[in-house]
Design a protein around this ligand. Structure first.
Ligand SMILES: [Zn+2]
Length: 143
């Protein structure tokens, strides 16, 4: 269910940042790589924890403004899902649904094709998007 289509090489990230007028510092590139290639719907705190483990001295402000920059650049989406009051960051920016594994708290992507939603709201509403959170558990596959 999880795709890492957004994963870019450090060079590609550098180009993208420059295109957006953002100074591509080594720290920013490393955080971007983590967000686009490794992270899985992280919160800002999780990004900060990763940075603390992997990079020399990154402030929370740097984490937040790198996140903000990526959101502005359209490479990352800010999400607020009903299971938590924390904002999470999604590298899949096209419309999709989510599955919450209630046992682990992990969020998985669900493609729009996997769940057809047809709102019947009557007149007076124009729907611009539908995002659904499905809850359940991931059943381990036996090999
Ligand atoms: Zn997602």
């Amino acid at each position: 269910m999880k795709s890492k289509a957004a994963c870019l090489s450090p060079q590609e990230i550098e180009i993208r940042l420059k295109e957006k007028g953002i100074q591509p510092t080594a720290q920013r590139i490393a955080i971007c790589r983590y967000l686009l290639c490794e992270a899985d719907h992280p919160t800002a705190d999780e990004v900060k924890a990763w940075a603390d483990r992997n990079l020399p001295k990154v402030s929370l402000a740097t984490v937040y403004n790198t996140l903000g920059t990526l959101v502005e650049a359209g490479l990352l989406k800010e999400l607020k899902l009903p299971h938590s009051d924390k904002v999470i960051y999604d590298d899949r920016v096209s419309d999709h649904h989510h599955f919450l594994d209630e046992a682990t708290g992990r969020i998985l992507d669900v493609s729009p094709e996997a769940l057809e939603v047809k709102p019947k709201l009557g007149e007076g509403f124009e729907v611009s998007g539908v995002e659904v959170l499905i809850r359940g558990r991931v059943i381990p596959t036996r090999k």
